[in-house]
Design a protein around this ligand. Structure first.
Ligand SMILES: Cc1cc2nc3c(=O)[nH]c(=O)nc-3n(C[C@H](O)[C@H](O)[C@H](O)COP(=O)(O)OP(=O)(O)OC[C@H]3O[C@@H](n4cnc5c(N)ncnc54)[C@H](O)[C@@H]3O)c2cc1C
Length: 409
């Protein structure tokens, strides 16, 4: 079959590679460079343990505090609040225990297969030199937050990962160059990280193209249903006919989905990072300061300090308050740091129940969806791509896709 994948973030790139493995003739479209959006600016962690959604029950109770406290990692852009408010209310509604349990169970199923989605692709693409197998560390600076987080450890262990709790001194032994403000920490065995996410995406694109896949740097503006199960994709410069189309366009999937006649409550959970080349190799693994929702990741070009959630639009205007927040967090852990040399804002594609959408359009059986991977798309891109490829090519998937269908929303 001739298949178009729209979006060359990690989800689209993985989908394209898996479709090719299943013998399909694939064209991948992106209006930007491959892997240049959310898939570029993330904290790089392959977080198999990350099965508890951000909008958990404690998030609901802490919401007013999170909004008002200057040390909280939650921000809202008031500019577009009339558009985002219904989504935010839906997101808060999903903090109910029963919804959180459903989301946790369904994320666990995907995360348990995280490595199945990547291992083969990474090996063939030669990605290993750009990864580090050092486990991700969480740190809590207060006893109160550590005790609250500890309650979820067994849920996290369901993904097959062991958690090693660290004392204050053990953290210093592990990472001697930090200003150790942590009361306790935790290591998630089996987690790992990318030292250069952009390079990882590039190598996966090279793999795809070297095997005969086509990448087109073009914006898809329309998908039209022609007779006899044919779909016409229109871009700024061309029109081409395909048998199947996958919308894997991150946060921008919303308008393409709506053009097919479906509706999706998809919004941006904006995230930021800043880069300090002066702190290159100062730590050996990603450290997440949990109270601040901030990750410090040792990337090839320096220390990347990133994270936070800002509800809002998909414009690239940076909020100086967020940059200031990240710089303060950085100074607390790395008092020796200079001013960062770069800053970045990007968009986590999120639906209110914090589960991705992976499945078939209800309006057109030849159009498929694979987006909405919120905070853990870097981890789930591979397995999501494999599952959607199985759905199209074999109609038999390693995991039942019903919980991830658009109809649930
Ligand atoms: C600060 C931050 C930290 C994060 N940390 C982690 C982490 O440590 N671990 C983890 O697992 N996840 C993390 N994430 C989440 C992860 O980065 C995302 O979930 C993931 O990258 C989403 O991938 P994607 O392919 O769906 O979207 P994207 O990477 O945004 O790609 C979508 C692509 O579609 C293209 N596109 C859109 N519309 C069109 C169109 N009409 N025509 C052509 N092309 C189009 C875009 O140009 C874009 O390249 C983080 C995110 C952020 C912002």
């Amino acid at each position: 079959m001739k298949i178009a994948v729209i979006g060359a973030g990690i989800v689209g790139i993985s989908s394209a590679n898996w479709l090719q493995k299943y013998g399909q003739d694939v064209t991948l479209f992106d209006m930007n460079d491959p892997g240049s959006q959310a898939s570029f600016g993330n904290a790089g962690t392959y977080a198999r343990y990350a099965n508890i959604p951000t909008n958990s029950s404690s998030f609901f109770y802490l919401f007013p505090y999170l909004l008002l406290n200057k040390n909280s990692p939650l921000f809202i852009r008031f500019k577009r609040l009339n558009k985002t408010l219904p989504w935010i209310l839906n997101y808060l509604y999903n903090c109910r225990n029963s919804n959180v349990n459903t989301t946790t169970n369904n994320l666990t199923k995907l995360l348990s297969k995280m490595d199945d989605g990547y291992e083969e692709l990474f090996k063939e693409a030669g990605v290993e030199p750009y990864l580090s197998r050092k486990a991700v560390m969480y740190g809590w600076s207060t006893k109160l937050f550590f005790n609250s987080a500890k309650k979820d450890f067994s849920k996290r262990e369901q993904t097959g990962i062991k958690i090693q709790v660290l004392s204050h001194d053990e953290i210093s032994d592990l990472e001697p160059n930090i200003n150790n403000i942590f009361y306790k920490g935790a290591l998630f065995e089996g987690s790992y990280f990318a030292k250069n996410p952009k390079k990882v995406s590039q190598l996966l694109i090279n793999l795809f193209v070297n095997k005969g896949g086509i990448f087109k740097k073009e914006k898809v503006t329309n998908i039209e249903n022609l007779e006899k199960s044919k779909l016409q994709i229109t871009t700024g410069s061309t029109s081409e006919v395909f048998d199947r189309v996958i919308i894997a366009s991150g946060v921008w999937s919303k308008s393409l989905v709506e053009a097919t006649g479906d509706k999706v409550p998809l919004e941006a959970e904006r995230g930021y990072h800043i880069v300090n080349p002066d702190l290159k190799d100062v730590i050996s693994r990603p450290i997440s300061w949990q109270e601040r929702g901030t990750y410090f990741t040792p990337m090839e070009d320096g220390l990347r300090t990133g994270g936070i959630v800002e509800f809002g639009d998909t414009d690239y205007e940076e909020n100086p308050k967020v940059i200031n927040f990240l710089e303060r967090a950085l100074k607390s852990i790395f008092p020796q740091s200079n001013r960062p040399t770069q800053s970045w804002v990007g968009f986590r594609p999120s639906v209110p129940d914090s589960l991705p959408v992976i499945g078939q359009s209800s309006k057109n059986p030849y159009i498929y969806y694979c987006f909405g991977h919120q905070h853990i798309g870097w981890s789930l891109g591979g397995i999501s791509g494999k599952l959607i490829a199985q759905k199209i090519c074999a109609n038999k998937t390693d995991i039942d896709l019903a919980p991830y269908s658009l109809e649930r929303l």
